[in-house]
Write a protein that binds this ligand. Structure first.
Ligand code: NDP
Ligand SMILES: O=C1OC[C@@H](O)[C@H](O)[C@H]1O
Length: 386
């Protein structure tokens, strides 16, 4: 049977848009996907049409791709099935609304929005307009992540009571990021939490929350500390303690909560020598042993290791590759194609409800840490020029 082909429109021409498009152009057969395929049919840059033209040439998009110098023209293009939004966090709400109002399906980069109120409105708008919408948390669609979730669900390490996840880099912050850089610029919703902490939260949520049946998933309580970057006030370091109610019956002696510790920092690294010498960035700890995740930062893991409790078997290590020399973003793209083929508005792997709960956690972390972004990017007003 012919694969279901979807036609992508790319909104923005920055770093991750480039990486994503290169992955889209890799033959899906290299990753044993024969049911879906991808075409890039339009690219838009808000800076200039020339920039979009250059992006098309740089990424090797085949001839025939439409080129736009503004996002409005992209969302009006009738050839586009789905728009990939790759702008800074600050702009996601306005950009996704623009696309949804034009009745376009959307895959939007993480963090979904600046706050939970914005995410809720986007999901309501998608539903009302019968559009597919998904937060591009690509790590969830890695075969490694899917397998780790299956292992937890099958009881491989017993009841999971604690997950520790870190996504941190030892940047020379003052030297590497000027104050306008999106990593530290509050006007672009910069800071460690929204940019990198989301991956630590992803690991905590996909192991302690997503592995439960939907009707048993309960939002955690949150305690957090943030350290502001002295030049901009965006967070350079955030540590979050999450406590999830467990499903253990109340007459049982088992603990009633599982705990997640989600960390992020842009001055110290999870993996300083980039060889894994410091140990796993993610530890998923169950009563019968633990699963450790290594290799690449938490967002692009390559290896998991099962360490059973003493006397319960040998340590097992499983390594993964990136077929077709890709970055690993094609797996989420394939999920989008399958959802569109099947008429779904949201993906099971990253449901709207879970994106909202995670945004609510980040709102609470920022409330406790005292981090507010400028009013215009926290706003739910649309349209609002930024
Ligand atoms: N999944 C992943 O692995 C990664 C995800 N990301 C996420 O992707 C998004 C973009 O990050 P990244 O590509 O690194 O960022 P870049 O700064 O490289 O690119 C952002 C692009 O957004 C567009 N843009 C529109 N308005 C603005 C504005 N006011 N200021 C700056 N850029 C603007 C520009 O494109 P144009 O001029 O063409 O309109 C710009 O090139 C973020 O949400 C980030 O969290 C980032 C890195 C990795
Ligand atoms: O999502 C991301 O992954 C890679 C990081 O370098 C980047 O800052 C972040 O946005």
């Amino acid at each position: 049977m012919a694969p279901h082909t979807i036609r992508w429109g790319i909104m923005a021409t920055g770093g991750i848009a480039n990486t994503f498009v290169r992955d889209l152009l890799i033959d899906p057969k290299t990753r044993d996907a024969s049911d879906v395929s991808h075409q890039v049919v339009a690219v838009a840059s808000s800076s200039s049409q020339d920039r979009a033209t250059k992006f098309i040439a740089d990424t090797g998009i085949p001839a025939g791709c439409a080129v736009y110098g503004d996002y409005e023209s992209l969302v009006a293009d009738k050839n586009v099935d789905v728009i990939y939004v790759a702008t800074p966090h600050s702009h996601h709400y306005q950009n996704v609304m623009l696309a949804l109002q034009a009745k376009k399906n959307v895959l939007c980069e993480k963090a979904f929005t600046v706050n939970a109120a914005q995410t809720k409105i986007l999901c309501e708008t998608a539903k009302k307009n019968n559009c597919f919408l998904m937060e591009a948390v690509w790590t969830r669609y890695f075969p490694l992540s899917i397998q780790v979730r299956r292992l937890i669900q099958s009881g491989e390490i017993g009841e999971v009571l604690r997950v520790v996840a870190d996504t941190s880099f030892a940047n020379e912050v003052e030297k590497e990021f000027d104050t306008a850089n999106r990593m530290v610029n509050p006007d672009l919703a910069g800071g460690a939490l929204l940019d990198l902490g989301i991956y630590s939260l992803t690991w905590v949520f996909q192991t302690l929350y997503h592995t439960l049946p939907r009707d048993q998933r309960k939002a955690p309580t949150v305690a957090a500390q943030m350290t502001p970057y002295h030049l901009t006030g965006a967070d350079e370091s955030t540590t979050i303690l999450l406590s999830f109610p467990t499903t253990t019956p109340s007459n049982d002696t088992h603990p009633q909560h599982s705990q997640g510790i989600a960390m992020t920092n842009i001055r110290v690294a999870s993996d300083p020598d980039e060889k894994g010498s410091a140990g796993p960035a993610i530890r998923i700890q169950g009563v019968k042993g633990e699963i450790q995740v290594f290799g690449g930062p938490a967002y692009r893991p390559t290896t998991y290791r099962i360490v059973p409790k003493q006397g319960h078997g040998a340590v097992r290590t499983v390594e993964y590759e990136f077929p077709g020399k890709g970055h690993g973003m094609y797996w989420e793209a394939d999920e989008v194609a399958r959802c569109l083929r099947d008429g779904k508005l949201e993906s099971e792997g990253m449901p709207w409800e879970e994106s909202i709960v995670i945004m609510e956690v980040m709102d609470e972390v920022r409330r406790q840490g005292g981090l507010m972004y400028p009013q215009k990017i926290e706003s739910t007003e649309f349209p609002l020029p930024l």
